[in-house]
Design a binder for this molecule. Structure first.
Ligand SMILES: Cc1cc2nc3c(=O)[nH]c(=O)nc-3n(C[C@H](O)[C@H](O)[C@H](O)COP(=O)(O)OP(=O)(O)OC[C@H]3O[C@@H](n4cnc5c(N)ncnc54)[C@H](O)[C@@H]3O)c2cc1C
Length: 394
């Protein structure tokens, strides 16, 4: 049974923010008997673990149609697409965080129960795993900790502003965006991007995309050290101040501030020690079918970064997956056909506020430059789109 404490928390959360209706729907009663069969949809209880892009879009789909509980270890939603902007622009971080709470430490698909960190258990008819990925700040924030995030963004912004030279380790999408934002706003700083491969972003982008990314970085004046691996990363970032970054090619790059932009890991703690854990791939992702049901389970779905759908892991796609899962659950509860997930979203990489590169999901993946990328993302890091989705008014 759900505890009254949990219910009170949900109500209190609803009072804190006008967006809570998208985040939590208080569960008024718990159903007994959880056979997966056509049922009165209003009696169906869906537990969604993870209030990131996938979890929120799933909950939005379920809102007003069935009972659902959205659980997140963080008390706030972190719009991490704007992490680089919040690291350089005062006041931007405030807009990246909205409210949430609680952590799932295990679950049992047999008895259809999830176990919370505080010892409480929660029964479900359908379970949605949307636990995503974690990594280093500023791109990601640790599970359960968000109250200090604004001051962490204040600190990183001050360090960047005070530094004459910044080294960013990791030339994936996050590192490229960070380099672009810093260099465009602070032209007098030396910004160096170090990446172990000659290919920035990842190996899936086309040569044209790759070329445009490098041209844009060069145009802004970002120095690139490619094909060299940093060998003293932990020591270099530990002091949060001046350091000498060393690479496996023997290069030494002095920096006033070093930013780590590598190492995303799937958050599998909710299911790793359950039956589902046996199904995880080497990255901790869960195998799903075309309806995003976890292999072998009719009433368990995985959406977003924590599943093994073969596509770029993106928030835009996680959002679509969450919506698709919500639709499937509602259909399934009514004994109707499930919704097939189809995917397809632009991949927009902003490199500074005024440009970047975007691959469209149509015309064979046409690649477009600064103007389109600024319109789609670079101007406000999609804040307005995501706020609309969350129902945030200010
Ligand atoms: C710096 C950076 C920039 C990015 N920019 C873009 C971009 O511009 N566009 C784009 O489309 N994508 C972008 N991405 C990728 C995008 O952020 C991810 O694909 C997206 O966050 C995945 O969404 P999700 O809902 O699957 O998981 P997440 O957003 O990771 O959310 C998962 C949630 O689950 C919670 N959780 C995990 N485990 C538990 C547990 N045991 N109990 C309770 N709660 C739990 C976490 O607290 C978290 O809130 C970016 C990623 C990074 C790192």
């Amino acid at each position: 049974m759900i505890s009254s404490r949990f219910l009170r928390y949900s109500a209190a959360t609803a009072g804190i923010t006008g967006t809570a209706y998208l985040v939590y729907q208080t569960v008024k009663s718990m159903r007994q008997g959880f056979a997966v069969q056509a049922r009165d949809i209003k009696d169906t209880h869906v537990v969604v673990i993870g209030g990131g892009y996938a979890g929120i879009s799933c909950a939005s789909e379920l809102k007003d149609k069935c009972k659902y509980t959205l659980i997140d270890a963080k008390d706030k939603f972190h719009h991490n697409w704007g992490a680089q902007r919040a690291s350089i622009e005062e006041g931007f971080a405030r807009q990246l965080l909205t409210y949430m709470r609680s952590k799932v430490v295990n679950l049992d698909p047999g008895s259809q129960i999830v176990k919370l960190e505080n010892g409480n258990e929660l029964k479900y008819d359908y379970l949605v795993l949307a636990t995503g990925t974690g990594g280093s700040f500023p791109g990601r924030i640790p599970l359960g900790i968000s109250e200090r995030m604004r001051s962490c963004y204040d600190t990183i912004r001050k360090r960047i502003m005070d530094a004459r030279s910044v080294v960013i380790v990791g030339g994936g999408a996050a590192g490229v965006e960070m380099a672009g934002d810093i260099k465009e706003d602070f032209t007098d700083k030396t910004v160096t991007l170090v990446h172990p491969s000659e290919q920035l972003v990842d190996n899936d982008v086309s040569d044209k995309f790759q070329g445009m990314v490098k041209d844009r970085l060069k145009k802004l004046g970002v120095a690139m050290v490619l094909g060299e691996r940093v060998v003293n990363l932990d020591a270099a970032v530990a002091g949060a101040g001046p350091a000498v970054v060393k690479t496996d090619a023997g290069r030494e790059i002095p920096a006033d501030f070093v930013i780590k932009a590598i190492g995303l890991k799937v958050h599998s703690v909710a299911y790793a020690n359950s039956e589902l854990g046996k199904k995880m791939d080497n990255f901790g992702r869960l195998p799903v079918n075309e309806f995003l049901q976890v292999d072998g389970y009719e009433n368990v779905f995985a959406a977003g970064d924590c599943n093994n759908v073969k596509e770029r892991k993106m928030g835009m796609l996680a959002t679509q997956q969450g919506t698709s899962v919500g639709k499937s659950i509602l259909s399934h509860a009514e004994g109707k056909a499930l919704n097939k997930y189809s995917g397809g979203a632009p991949f927009a990489l902003c490199i500074g506020r005024t440009g970047g590169v975007t691959r469209m999901p149509f015309f064979g993946g046409v690649v477009l430059g600064d103007w389109v990328t600024t319109k789609i993302k670079a101007k406000d890091c999609c804040l307005s789109v995501v706020k609309k989705q969350l129902g945030v008014k200010d």
